[in-house]
Design a protein around this ligand. Structure first.
Ligand code: FAD
Length: 397
């Protein structure tokens, strides 16, 4: 059987993956006037943060009362809070609170459903074109340059030509298939559901806070391995067999979690719609963020973030973590950028994904006027654009 490939309209920037990294990259590029296509394999935006039920926005502050992440990272926390379920501390809601007044971190629970609905409007309002239920399969290469992306969708196979491509797939699938060197992650078994019960309903009524009603129930391991079944291997998450085993084992743990509870007093609200691997694959880029650079400036920062686990830490993320210099028109965004070990832990959460997304989108547009080459983007221009977008660069806030 021959499969016909339909060639679609060309775009300045094609972003693959509509998680936090991808939506931020797409919006950032579209707001600079580029024609942008966002390709998402599911039918809802937000990735792990929404379909993966990881509806907790890690802190945008340094734990000492200072904002660390501005730009779209901050815009998105405001969007999440505006659509309902949230527990952002009041001091972050009012204008101009001094660092001394601020006792809590700049973080919140949010509604994965309403936040995902809001993301549709957010990307469309920015002028991004969106195709859902469209699974990108392979890059089409001309040596090390991507001519565009092949996609399987309801109509068959399509080719989307692109001048610049951003891999925001969460597993660097596109970069890997283009030949970019990559590193695989190791994952403990984790399976999170959202449930409700008489208890959570009572708490909701008492506290008048929906965040107490939509209760996170966590089976398996925490981020540091507590709860990982003894003797069980770690998972990379890079094959159907691995993903199936990870998910089925996780579901068994969920059954165990509810054993002995009267079935009429509890209900699972939503199962995750994607496997909850923290780290699948990242590129090995021009530079790699290690996570040891607390307080250390870098030559070409795209902004600063904190370690969500440790207040008082300040990290500058280098622009060169977003690409490999041999692949001129491919950038990355989100948890697939070049960050390893502790560096991967620090960058993979929502604020870090928003930051790299915003920078990748801006860099892609600037590259268009400089030979479509990520490595030739003049850093001063990128810095100016990011500052205009509200990105913060102060390492010693
Ligand atoms: C168990 C767990 C707990 C976590 N806890 C927190 C937390 O409390 N707070 C926090 O801030 N972060 C947390 N994180 C991390 C955070 O949620 C994610 O790392 C982050 O949201 C990732 O965003 P992303 O856009 O890089 O990737 P993803 O969210 O994975 O998005 C990638 C998107 O690309 C799409 N896609 C993939 N392949 C293709 C393809 N071939 N074609 C088209 N589309 C494709 C996917 O459908 C998805 O929508 C946690 C993660 C896990 C797993």
């Amino acid at each position: 059987m021959t499969v016909e490939t339909v060639t679609k309209k060309s775009h300045d920037v094609v972003v693959v993956g509509g998680g936090i990294g991808g939506v931020c990259a797409a919006v950032s590029a579209a707001r600079m006037g580029a024609s942008v296509l966002l390709i998402e394999k599911s039918i809802n935006l937000g990735g792990l943060a929404t379909r993966g039920l990881i509806s907790w926005y890690e802190p945008l502050c340094d734990g000492q009362g200072h904002r660390m992440v501005g730009g779209v990272g901050e815009e998105l926390i405001r969007l999440a809070v505006s659509v309902g379920l949230e527990d952002l501390a009041p001091e972050w809601k009012k204008e101009g609170a001094s660092p001394e007044e601020i006792k809590k971190r700049y973080c919140t629970h949010f509604s994965p459903t309403f936040f995902s609905l809001a993301l549709d409007r957010w990307v469309l309002d920015a002028g991004v074109e969106l195709v859902l239920d469209s699974h990108a399969t392979y890059p089409v290469m001309d040596e090390k340059r991507l001519r565009g992306v092949l996609v399987e969708d309801a109509a068959g196979r399509a080719f989307y030509p692109a001048k610049m491509v951003i891999d925001a797939t969460g597993d660097a699938m596109l970069a890997h298939r283009a030949g970019v060197p990559c590193e695989l992650g190791n994952n403990f078994l984790s399976y999170w559901v959202h449930d409700f019960s008489y208890e959570s309903a009572q708490k909701y009524v008492a506290d008048q806070n929906l965040a107490a009603f939509r209760h996170w129930n966590h089976a398996g391991s925490s981020a540091n391995g507590n709860g990982h079944p003894e003797g069980l291997k770690l998972f990379h998450g890079d094959s159907a067999e691995e993903i199936t085993e990870f998910v089925l084992r996780g579901k068994e743990l969920v059954w165990q979690k509810y054993e002995g509870i009267d079935p009429h007093t509890r209900e699972i609200m939503t199962l995750p719609e994607m496997p909850q691997f923290r780290t699948v694959r990242h590129i090995v880029g021009k530079s790699t963020f290690q996570g040891t650079e607390d307080g250390v400036p870098c030559t070409h920062p795209i902004g600063v973030i904190t370690d969500f686990r440790k207040g008082g830490t300040h990290y500058a993320i280098p622009y060169e973590t977003l690409y490999h210099p041999d692949y001129p028109n491919l950038l990355t965004a989100g948890r697939v950028i070049s960050a390893t070990g502790e560096g991967w832990e620090i960058t993979r959460v929502i604020p870090g994904c928003a930051l790299s997304g915003e920078a990748a989108g801006a860099a892609a547009v600037l590259a268009l006027s400089h030979g479509e080459d990520a490595d030739r983007v003049p850093y001063d221009e990128l810095h100016t654009v990011l500052e205009q977008k509200g990105v913060l660069f102060d390492l010693h806030a």
